[in-house]
Design a protein around this ligand. Structure first.
Ligand code: HDE
Length: 755
């Protein structure tokens, strides 16, 4: 059904049918016409001239395609040309004096081709370099209309969006499942201009003032001498900084928790972090915090699994997002707001709303849903869209304004500034992915990579030569007008308010809100990270920070590090837990979950067919694993294995089913007995199967077996009576139980606290 694949097949067929291949480049030999094929889309025309040549092309909010949509094929016509549109007869050979002679400097095609290639890379983002993006739509419920005049939050408005998820610390080519904060940036192409919600998957930040951003980033990035470790926080400079700079404590405990290793971008919350100010049509203001709530729930990896994935599939999150969208399992998030009265002190229940290291517990200010986002289209070109997209917290629309959060103030400067370097000049808003879908009528002119051919002589205001156009609009005509809030008078100082100095009560609330399993993960994470630091002074100092959060947390981490636990230096805060911070306890849809079905020629292949159908029916993905690639079994029940024992690893599956006895060592291609020698003994299961089952068990994944699969579990050392291990008499009944278990994401009972 895929039109591109259809076209490719046709070309292959045409070549087989004897249509001659394109020119082999021998001068004098006429290039044959390329085979005519039914093209999935019309060849792209040359880029159309700008409609009025007065600014970047715009696209109507009713959804006519952006520039990015127009080019769904690599080639826009039948013949290869150079950048100037001249047809080429050869692109495989440099121009030489005879076939064995020197290459000539006059080879302008060679020079153009290599020159362009030499400049294909642009600087990566200084933070959030590694990311993945997707297009979608935002459907508003209209529930925010009483607090904001923003058109896209009005009743029943549909707005195109582009989202980019990212890790923060690693380089562009780093692995996805490292322990880190994740970026969650959304560009709303509204009819009133672009609104960017540039958030993270953690609701607080390391620092309270933007002036500290270079410090925290320098500390987290690889050491400047050897440039290691890549995309890790487990090293001395990071812990050196956060142990000295205790306002980072809340963010740090958040990402030592499970949110630092999400299962999928589709299963992350997003937060605007800062407090924003909404303005309604009457000019009334409300302070808000933005939240994205994933329909699939908030779920994480376990640390051992995350580390295995980094080696086995460093693109795990990127792949997961693209595969889900391609399969039609469109991820969805509800946008919600916590609202607070805009009082002069800008606090709520004693919580300073201008301090971005604070949350307001959802129990005190519930998150009210205002719309639904659905990501339904993968980018057609990573560079043009995901790499070149330029977010900015200053991209605001009427009805949404900023507050005086000092972290937000610095961001308002930083994003545009960094993009000048990253995107090579000031004209990046003209790139297709960045173009507003509202008419643009600015007086910005010239500059690097200007693509508009502006007309007229009067790009200035006031003018009389253009009849005074363009005119400014008032708030009643949709202009963005800064909210005239009263700013307290004061002396010019480099200081923070006294309320910013409480660094431990909110981290303590986070700790107290965690379930026992989540606390174990946090303890393990601190022991791992600090255990990777060389300097004992840094470990000792961090233990002091932990002592000020909670004595049990401190003593358990101290024990793991073989160090004494210090006493707290501040009174432990008397705070109520916020159950909404815990990821455990709910049941969630299983859409897009991956089920590994292990079988072999002697397995219950009929059962596997039934299970595959049922898995697909449930909106999940079945992957059959067999000893070898290709077809398993013969006759009616033969089926295709998507993975072999060589390519399968537990990390790919949310649950594993064993349909029959596992293949034994000698049968398995490339099997070893774990010591590098070919598998010994007919009864020993393929060590890779044993490893797969053991890992799935250790990572709390549901495991099911039937038709003799039980013996395989036992041989692999998986206890068949353990929680979440299901042995039944048929595949479909095993799957039923597995599906229920998957609703809670993992078999949490297997993570015995203290184990
Ligand atoms: Fe960013 N941040 N940031 N940040 N940030 C960037 O902008 C910055 C902060 C966030 O997918 C950069 O275009 C400063 C908080 C995301 O393209 C840069 C401060 C939050 C992304 C920058 C912060 C974020 C960025 C790097 C402290 C969550 C990726 C490349 C005041 C609310 C956007 C770029 C994408 C990217 C600066 C803190 C989120 C350098 C100075 C807090 C999701 O401009």
């Amino acid at each position: 059904a895929n039109p591109v694949r259809r076209a490719v097949k046709k070309v292959a067929q045409a070549l087989e049918d004897g249509v001659s291949a394109p020119s082999d480049g021998i001068p004098g030999r006429p290039a044959p016409e390329p085979p005519t094929v039914e093209r999935p889309v019309e060849p792209r025309e040359p880029l159309p001239p700008k409609p009025d040549q007065s600014g970047p092309a715009t696209v109507s909010p009713t959804g006519s395609p952006t520039g990015a949509d127009q080019a769904r094929m690599a080639q826009s016509g039948s013949h290869l040309t150079n950048a100037q549109g001249t047809r080429l007869y050869d692109t495989d050979h440099s121009l030489k004096v005879g076939p064995r002679g020197p290459v000539l400097l006059q080879d302008h095609h060679l020079r153009e081709k290599i020159m362009h290639f030499d400049h294909e890379r642009i600087p990566e983002r200084v933070v959030h370099a590694r990311g993945a993006g997707a297009h979608g739509v935002f459907q508003s419920y209209g529930t925010a209309a009483s607090v904001t005049k923003a058109g896209f939050l009005g009743p029943d408005v549909e707005t195109p969006v582009f989202v980019r998820f990212s890790t923060v610390v690693g380089s562009r080519g780093s692995a996805d499942t490292v322990r880190d904060t994740r970026g969650f940036a959304t560009k709303f192409y509204t009819s009133e201009g672009v609104f960017d919600l540039v958030g993270n998957n953690i609701p607080v930040f390391f620092i309270q003032d933007a002036i500290k951003f270079p410090d925290v980033v320098h500390a987290a990035k690889p050491h400047p001498d050897r440039e290691i470790p890549q995309a890790q926080s487990a090293h001395d400079t990071f812990w050196d900084f956060v142990s000295l700079h205790t306002e980072a404590t809340h963010h740090t405990i958040f990402f030592m928790g499970d949110r630092g290793i999400p299962r999928s971008y589709r299963m992350m919350e997003g937060f605007g972090v800062h407090t924003f100010r909404l303005v309604n049509a009457e000019g009334e203001t409300t302070l808000v915090k933005f939240h994205w709530k994933p329909k699939l729930g908030v779920h994480s990896l376990v640390w051992d699994e995350a580390q295995l994935i980094n080696g086995n599939d460093p693109d795990f999150h990127r792949r997961d997002l693209a595969d889900a969208i391609e399969a039609g399992a469109y991820p969805q998030w509800e946008l919600g707001i916590q609202t607070f009265p805009d009082t002069p002190d800008q606090t709520f229940e004693g919580i300073d709303l201008l301090d971005p290291t604070n949350i307001v517990p959802e129990e005190l200010a519930p998150v009210q849903p205002v719309g639904l986002m659905t990501l339904n289209r993968n980018p057609s070109n990573f560079f043009a869209e995901t790499e070149q997209v330029a977010f900015h917290v200053g991209h605001l629309v009427p009805g949404i304004d900023v507050t005086d959060d000092p972290l937000l103030a610095g961001r308002l400067f930083s994003y545009l500034d960094t993009q000048i370097t990253r995107l090579g000049g000031p004209n990046f808003p003209q790139l297709p992915i960045n173009r507003p879908h509202a008419p643009v009528n600015d007086m910005l002119r010239d500059g690097m990579h200007q693509t508009a051919v502006h007309r007229g002589v009067a790009p200035y205001q006031p003018n009389s030569l253009d009849g005074g156009c363009p005119f400014t609009a008032g708030a009643d005509m949709g202009a963005f007008v800064e909210t005239p809030v009263t700013v307290p008078e004061g002396r010019k100082v480099r200081e923070a308010p006294e309320s910013f100095s409480d660094h431990f009560s909110q981290p303590r609330r986070f700790w107290l809100s965690m379930s026992p399993v989540e606390r174990e993960h946090i303890i393990g994470a601190y022991i791992f990270e600090l255990g990777k630091c060389y300097e004992e002074a840094i470990r000792v100092r961090t233990l002091q920070v932990l002592a000020n959060i909670d004595p049990e947390l401190c003593s358990r981490v101290a024990d793991g590090l073989g160090l004494p636990a210090p006493e707290p230096t501040v009174p432990l805060a008397d705070v109520e837990p916020s159950p909404a911070l815990s990821q455990l306890g709910g049941t969630w849809p299983v859409d897009g979950r991956v089920i590994g079905i292990l079988t072999g020629p002697d397995g219950d292949l009929e059962g596997v067919h039934a299970v595959r159908d049922a898995v697909l029916e449930a909106g999940m993905i079945p992957l059959v694993v067999a000893p070898k690639a290709g077809t398993v079994g013969t006759g009616d029940h033969a089926l295709t294995a998507q993975r072999s024992h060589v390519t399968a690893r537990s990390i790919e599956f949310d649950a594993v089913l064993l349909a029959g006895p596992p293949a034994v060592g000698p049968d398995a291609v490339g099997a070893t007995d774990g010591k590098g020698a070919p598998g010994a003994g007919a009864a020993a299961p393929d060590p890779r199967v044993a490893q797969l089952l053991q890992e799935a068990f250790r990572h709390g994944k549901a495991i099911g077996a039937w038709a003799g699969g039980e013996a395989g579990l036992e041989a692999a050392g998986v206890p068949v009576d353990a929680p979440g291990v299901v042995v039944t008499d048929s595949g479909p009944s095993a799957l039923d139980q597995i599906r229920t278990l998957l609703g809670s994401h993992r078999v949490w009972e297997r993570f015995t606290p203290g184990a």
